[in-house]
Every structure is written in structure tokens, then in C-alpha cells.
Design a protein around this ligand. Structure first.
Ligand SMILES: [Fe+2]
Ligand SMILES: [Fe+2]
Length: 278
């Protein structure tokens, strides 16, 4: 894997795609050192909506992920599947709910975290509206959040948790020049469309999944196939094989907040083990 050089006056921010189950959480936590030392990432945001056996995030997992060195956590449609996360969402300053959720829903609509160099980065989460529970307009919600952001916070990362590429592209174009990056999550499948729009906003429809790739979106293949074919109710347990971390990094200019470079990363468990053994 070729690691691109990071220009001076830039920070490299990584959004890690949906972390699925114990294999995903372990892979994420074990990868932090590689992400910092090899990929030269300054700030890590991880979408952790599937951490708890595929749906939700437990308090213990939140603490584990943050203790491992992840800077901020986003979620998605599975945000409240573990009810206990509500108290974390209410009190902690590095985890957000989708900004287009009701104002009374537990959680804050954005957070501001700092890189080790002291550069502030705003993290915003939005939920799409195709095949999702009814939510407020994401365009209006992100406009409201941006209006309240301190002007000096130039680097703004938006995790758009959505099903439809049309939703994602519309939001990417809408926010071009207003945020550093619009990066998709939720489909668990990385797309090959990363680019920087004319206004300086990095964009990609989906950054992929962190978890077992020998699976159907992270769940064991046989039960999902069986239920799809027969309608026989099954529980879809998290798969275990071929664990990978998927995400997308963006190099952002510290002064302007504009994206300078964007790239996908996919790290396999075996590669990580080999790196640790060197
Ligand atoms: Fe997900
Ligand atoms: Fe999702």
C-alpha cells in the first residue's frame, strides 16, 4: 500500500466505516497505532453504529474505542439499539447523533475535537431519508449546525449515513465549499468515487465497513441467505472471517479547511499482524 505524503499545513482526518461487532471493534482498536504511525492520520472518527453484535454501541465499547485512541464517534440508524448509550450521548463531548434527529433525542448535533497538534475539527452526522426512519430535513439540519459553528473551526467533517447514492451526491454538492468532507456510511460497501469537488469539499458515497468481509454486510452468510430464500426467521450473527478496516482519509488545509487530497484505505487483519511482528 502506497502511503501518500501529507503536505505541510495539513491535517489528515480519517473516517472509519461502520464498525461491526466484536471483530470490528478489535480490528479498529488494534489498527490505531498503524493508522497513526504508517498512515500518518492526525484525527480518527469511527462510525460505530454496528459495534454491539451488529446493532448499536454499548457503554463499554464506547470507552474501549476512545481509550484505544479514536478521537470521535458517529452513529446512524442503529444509534439507540443499546439504550445504555443515551447517557454517553448526553454527557460525552466526542460522540454525536445525526443532526437531523429531533432536538429532544439524546445526543448533541455536532462535536468539536482537537488533533494532537491542537487543530480543531468539527464532526457532524446526518441521516439520509431513503429507506430510513422519518427524520428532519438533513439539508436544513446541517445548515443550522454550520451557522452555529465557530468561524475559526475551519475543518468540518460530515458523515452522511444514507442508503442512496443520489442522497449522498446531492448533499455533497450542497455542502461543496461549506465543509471539508462529505463521506458516506451505512451501506457497508466502499465506493470508488472519491474526489474533491470544485469548492474544495472531499466526497465519497461510502467509506466501507470495518469488520468481517466474508459475510453479508458483516453478518454470517448462511443465516442471511436462508432467511432471504425461505423467510424462515433467523438471528443474523456477526461473521468472523477476513476482518478488515475500511475508511477514507482526507488531507485538510489548516487555514482554509479545504480538502487537498482524499484516499481510501483498506487494512486486512493479516497485514496488521505482519506489521506488528516486524
Ligand atoms: Fe451500518
Ligand atoms: Fe446504518
Amino acid at each position: 500500500m502506497t502511503i501518500p505524503t501529507k503536505k505541510t499545513n495539513c491535517v489528515r482526518v480519517l473516517l472509519v466505516g461502520d464498525v461491526v461487532g466484536k471483530p470490528g471493534v478489535t480490528m479498529l482498536c488494534d489498527s490505531v497505532r498503524w493508522l497513526r504511525e504508517v498512515l500518518q492520520v492526525d484525527l480518527i472518527v469511527a462510525n460505530s453504529e454496528n459495534a454491539a453484535d451488529g446493532a448499536g454501541l454499548t457503554k463499554a465499547q464506547y470507552h474501549k474505542i476512545i481509550a484505544a485512541g479514536v478521537d470521535a464517534i458517529t452513529l446512524g440508524d442503529h444509534i439507540y439499539r443499546k439504550k445504555e448509550i443515551a447517557s454517553i450521548l448526553a454527557t460525552e463531548l466526542n460522540i454525536v447523533k445525526p443532526a437531523n434527529f429531533p432536538s429532544d433525542a439524546p445526543g448533541r448535533d455536532h462535536c468539536i475535537v482537537k488533533t494532537m497538534q491542537g487543530v480543531s475539527v468539527a464532526v457532524i452526522s446526518l441521516l439520509g431519508r431513503v429507506f430510513m426512519r422519518p427524520v428532519d430535513c438533513p439539508f436544513a439540519a446541517v445548515t443550522r449546525v454550520l451557522r452555529h459553528l465557530p468561524d475559526e473551526v475551519r475543518i468540518r467533517i460530515c458523515d452522511l449515513h444514507a442508503e442512496a447514492t443520489s442522497d449522498m451526491q446531492a448533499m455533497g454538492r450542497f455542502l461543496d465549499g461549506k465543509v471539508t468532507a462529505v463521506l458516506g456510511t451505512h451501506t457497508h460497501v466502499a465506493t470508488a468515487d472519491e474526489e474533491i469537488f470544485p469548492g474544495g469539499t472531499a466526497f465519497q458515497c461510502d467509506v466501507g465497513m470495518t469488520g468481517p468481509h466474508k459475510s453479508i454486510l458483516g453478518r454470517a452468510i448462511d443465516p442471511v441467505l436462508n432467511t432471504t430464500l425461505t423467510f424462515d426467521p433467523n438471528s443474523f450473527h456477526v461473521a468472523t472471517e477476513d476482518v478488515r478496516l475500511s475508511g477514507t482519509w482526507v488531507d485538510a488545509d489548516i487555514e482554509s479547511g479545504k480538502a487537498i487530497n482524499i484516499g481510501r484505505v483498506q487494512l486486512r487483519e493479516a497485514e496488521l499482524k505482519q506489521w506488528y511482528s516486524l
